[in-house]
Design a protein around this ligand. Structure first.
Ligand SMILES: CC(C)(COP(=O)(O)OP(=O)(O)OC[C@H]1O[C@@H](n2cnc3c(N)ncnc32)[C@H](O)[C@@H]1OP(=O)(O)O)[C@@H](O)C(=O)NCCC(=O)NCCS
Length: 335
């Protein structure tokens, strides 16, 4: 087994990596709704000024049988790197995963990083004996946070959305203004939207892992929006604005990945600390769902992940109808 860095400009190799990714993510997960090669390749090639991205392949002869994606934050959380490792189901238990972990450790050392963060998806009723969890444990990754992936069948009945919107309105009406934007918020809201988004990992419970606020700024945000336009990805953002300051105080994102056909991703949601307790979390989520359903009525489900300890967000999601489909434990290995 040889490990080499993947030249992300090389379609022949990247096509093999994409095939491994689809096979790995679809294994025992019939609901997987994979991105097309084109949109996935754009993501591998995207140059983010705030984060380096590398792809390393494990080769059996000329065939790429597994790969590791590595994200290396440059302006915040600089003690960490993030990774995701996949081995094709037909090539597991032959050492590819272990060789890739060793490579990730080497990258961490080369970049002077002391923590490797990763997560995995396993059945909701799985035990620590599940192969992926055994793999993580064998390689010194400690389960740092218990997270679950939930799924919400679409469409949510309009009457239910009306009822929840009305419930939320009792908390925020008269204090805030809500607005929904497709494919990015306007320029005047971008600085405060980025500030809110930077706080998600730092303020949400993340078990034994401490995240610093991130450093997304309008320039990087606009580059992400350009990537999404190139991919044919659609992003719905509902914000709550405090009219006295004109600043975003709460936001939520729903994303339809380009090339996917059935799924919608619920990305970050945050209410700034000093504006909590006015049902803004529920309000922005309901408004966003309403708009999404109106424009994409054939989508089948929304997926979201939360730490089990995040009682507030979990309660909102359960109220909306999300139910646990898998666990997604977050792991940390110290280097
Ligand atoms: C987890 C994964 C990367 C392992 O890849 P792999 O090439 O099979 O791993 P290895 O052959 O190097 O296995 C290393 C060790 O993991 C454990 N392990 C892996 N698969 C196992 C299985 N089916 N049953 C029991 N233990 C298993 C064993 O301890 C094994 O060592 P051993 O073979 O000496 O007993 C692969 O199953 C995969 O792609 N899973 C889906 C994605 C994922 O969960 N990635 C990990 C998180 S980023």
């Amino acid at each position: 087994m040889q490990v080499r860095q993947v030249d992300v400009g090389d379609d022949a190799v990247l096509t093999q990596a994409h095939a491994v990714w689809v096979a790995s993510r679809s294994f025992e997960r019939p609901w997987n709704d994979a991105q097309s090669y084109g949109t996935w390749a754009l993501e591998r090639r995207f140059r983010d000024s705030g984060e380096d991205h590398e792809v390393w392949g494990a080769y059996d002869g000329d065939a790429l049988v597994g790969f590791a994606m590595i994200w290396i934050p440059l302006h915040d959380n600089t003690s960490k790197i993030h990774t995701e490792i996949h081995v094709h189901p037909d090539h597991r238990r032959a050492g590819a995963g272990s060789a890739l972990v060793q490579q990730v450790v080497d990258v961490a050392r080369a970049r002077s990083r002391s923590e490797i963060i990763g997560d995995l998806l396993a059945p909701a009723d799985s035990t620590p004996e599940h192969p992926y969890r055994r793999f993580a444990a064998k390689h010194g990754f400690e389960e740092a946070s218990q997270d679950s992936m939930r799924s919400l069948p679409l469409p949510v009945p309009t009457e239910r959305l009306d009822e929840l919107a009305e419930l939320a309105r009792g908390g925020w009406a008269g204090r805030y203004e809500l607005a929904t934007y497709l494919d990015g918020v306007p320029g005047h809201l971008q600085p405060s939207l980025c500030e809110a988004s930077n706080l998600v990992d730092a303020e949400a419970p993340t078990g034994d892992i401490d995240f610093e606020p991130e450093s997304l700024d309008p320039e990087r945000y606009q580059a992400e929006l350009q990537l999404e336009r190139d991919q044919g990805t659609r992003r719905f953002t509902t914000v709550a604005v405090d009219p006295t300051t004109g600043q975003v105080v709460a936001y939520t994102d729903l994303v339809i990945a380009g090339g996917s056909t059935r799924s919608v991703w619920q990305w970050g949601t945050l209410v700034r600390a000093e504006h909590r307790g006015h049902r803004l979390g529920l309000a922005v989520k309901v408004e966003n769902l309403r708009r999404l359903q109106a424009e994409h009525p054939t989508r089948e489900f929304v997926v979201t992940g939360n730490a089990d300890a995040n009682a507030w967000m979990v309660a909102i999601n359960e109220t909306l109808g999300f139910r646990v489909r898998e666990i997604c434990p977050m792991y940390q290995r110290r280097v």
